[in-house]
Ligand binder design. Structure first.
Ligand code: HEM
Ligand code: HEM
Length: 245
């Protein structure tokens, strides 16, 4: 999630920057800049801790410490709240320093197009065969839906979580607790789905984990398979040789 652009200077548009992202010598395509990769790492470390401790509490285990609580010696409620503040803080920071990245992320997320329906129809088999429908976006249609759900639910969790910290009882507390719990139900399967897809264990998504890790550089074959239009703009190469599919 988050900033998708490398520089914060002037009016240069995405296409121009995409072209820079192609390292001809190394034959790789840079997908996400360093700032976005670090933000993403901060989000996922905190979200994973929040999911584990949150579900632990939700399932009524407040009295018995989870593995995280035993290892750290800190009660689950406190681990949860600290991780919550980390997520809130990291997110707020990027709104200030990564405003342009957020704008690009949002613009590319709400760009639904004709042909997205066909992409979704092919998706269930394409995750195994790698033969995805064509789309022109920076994000594929599935990612765009996931992005919307993640942004809305994570903001709801941050807002209601801060509410739970600040308010200690009464109807407002109950209201925050309801929002917090329902957002957890929605966010959990989406995060699990995202991790399964983005880890590259499914054949269609092989190699995509590199988009957010190490140098954030993809093999052009993987980039072209999952994000064909974006890859063509990033590399300036519209040629689609069979052996790279
Ligand atoms: C646990 C909380 C996590 C959240 C909330 C999260 C959220 C996001 C979001 C919103 C994006 C933007 C594009 C997209 O929707 O794919 C993204 C990208 C990505 N995430 Fe995560 N992520 C999490 C964990 C992980 C983990 C554990 C991995 C490890 C494999 C991972 C790998 C990736 C990759 C490779 C991308 C780049 C996709 C691209 O370039 O379009 N994410 N993540
Ligand atoms: C991915 C994000 C988050 C998830 C999945 C999550 C999940 C949960 C869950 C399932 C519970 C237990 C609710 C219940 O028992 O009904 C909980 C409690 C709580 N959460 Fe979160 N949460 C998240 C983020 C946050 C944030 C950002 C904060 C605040 C900064 C926060 C603060 C709290 C507090 C104060 C409680 C009550 C703990 C207690 O019982 O004393 N959470 N959370």
């Amino acid at each position: 999630m988050g900033p998708t652009e490398r520089h914060d200077t002037g009016q240069r548009d995405t296409e121009e920057q995409d072209i820079e992202q192609h390292d001809v010598a190394a034959n790789t395509v840079e997908r996400n800049p360093r700032a976005a990769r670090w933000f993403h790492a901060g989000v996922y470390v905190s979200v994973i801790v929040l999911l584990i401790t949150g579900w632990w509490l939700l399932l009524g285990n407040e009295g018995s410490p989870s593995l995280i609580a035993r290892v750290t010696g800190v009660p689950d409620t406190e681990v949860h709240t600290v991780a919550g503040w980390v997520l809130a803080g990291v997110t707020a920071l990027t709104v200030v320093v990564g405003a342009r990245g957020w704008r690009v992320f949002w613009r590319e997320t709400v760009r639904f197009q004709h042909g997205d329906g066909a992409w979704f129809r092919r998706w269930p088999t394409a995750i195994l065969t790698g033969r995805f429908g064509r789309h022109e976006g920076r994000f594929d249609p599935g990612q765009r839906v996931a992005n919307l759900v993640l942004v809305v639910t994570l903001l709801a969790l941050i807002g209601s979580g801060i509410g739970l910290v600040l308010v200690s009882g009464g109807p407002v507390f109950v209201w925050f607790a309801q929002i917090h719990r329902w957002s957890t139900y929605v966010v959990t399967p989406v995060v699990v789905g995202h991790v399964v897809i983005a880890s590259g264990i499914l054949p269609g998504y092989r190699g995509v984990w590199r988009a957010m890790h190490l140098g954030g550089k993809l093999h052009p074959r993987d980039a072209r398979r999952v994000w064909p239009g974006w890859t063509e703009r990033a590399t300036g190469d519209t040629h689609d040789p069979r052996h790279l599919r």
